[in-house]
Design a protein around this ligand. Sequence first.
Ligand SMILES: CC[C@H](C(=O)O)C(=O)SCCNC(=O)CCNC(=O)[C@H](O)C(C)(C)COP(=O)(O)OP(=O)(O)OC[C@H]1O[C@@H](n2cnc3c(N)ncnc32)[C@H](O)[C@@H]1OP(=O)(O)O
Length: 250
Amino acid sequence: MSYKIEMADEILTFTIDRPDIRNAINEGVMEGFEELTKKVHKSNPRFVIITASGSQAFCSGGDLSVFHELKTKEQAYPMLKRMSEVLYAIKTLPVPVIALVNGAAVGGGCEIATACDYRLVREHAKCGFIQGTLAITSGWGGGSYLFETLQHDRALKMLSDARAYPADELLENGWATKIVRDDADIEAFIHSMKKIRPEVHRAYKEIAIRKWQASGLKDRVESEVRRCAELWEADVHHEAVDNFLAKAKK
Ligand SMILES: CC[C@H](C(=O)O)C(=O)SCCNC(=O)CCNC(=O)[C@H](O)C(C)(C)COP(=O)(O)OP(=O)(O)OC[C@H]1O[C@@H](n2cnc3c(N)ncnc32)[C@H](O)[C@@H]1OP(=O)(O)O
């Protein structure tokens, strides 16, 4: 199984479990996220945590060894669309969603963390929207979510830098909620959340969801997905992916 879903102490934890390829997302992990969002609505947790196995990566984005076979916009769109719907379902969960960024979050991995309400980032973790180095944009909704999260100039800079930011820069630009140095830091954050009753957390999340619904966030995500699919079919994108995979084989 490429993921784990565990409930403990009223907290539902999803763990991407593909550490050998830096927790890259394939269809199996997408299925896991779809199962997670269904479980939230059934099991009524206080919070959701999304994290990953190992300490080297939270998520390295789409699994290039699989998705490089998608050549045209018609072939890429269904994958991008499916994961964009996963992230919108995560974004609009009725309870707080915490990304525990245990390592590098790049490309679609940065999009997943950005779809969460909070980002607790380990000191060594570097995170960034590196899609630009592959001549594409974010394609799962992460660009739209970043503009909802950061001050405009910081969001646009983080997207167009197309590089992984170290943890201190992520805290400075507002992407990281908190840098966590050890498990005690994580427990302290969870403890601070537990001081407030679940129904209050849910009511505040409802305010955010109403704002996103009123502002057409879902339509903005769809436009982002379509634009990424258009860029996807350019030779320059496929050459960049082939270069990455060729380097990996050395
Ligand atoms: C719309 C979203 C969009 C999409 O799905 O198209 C994207 O997500 S585009 C961005 C896709 N992701 C990347 O380009 C990131 C690629 N990976 C890296 O930059 C690095 O692996 C990093 C920084 C995540 C970790 O670096 P580190 O030095 O710790 O590890 P290695 O690079 O040596 O990788 C170890 C091993 O994992 C394989 N790997 C890593 N990332 C991916 C990936 N995304 N897809 C497939 N395989 C990946 C890498 O090839 C190595 O394999 P090995 O067989 O051990 O050589």
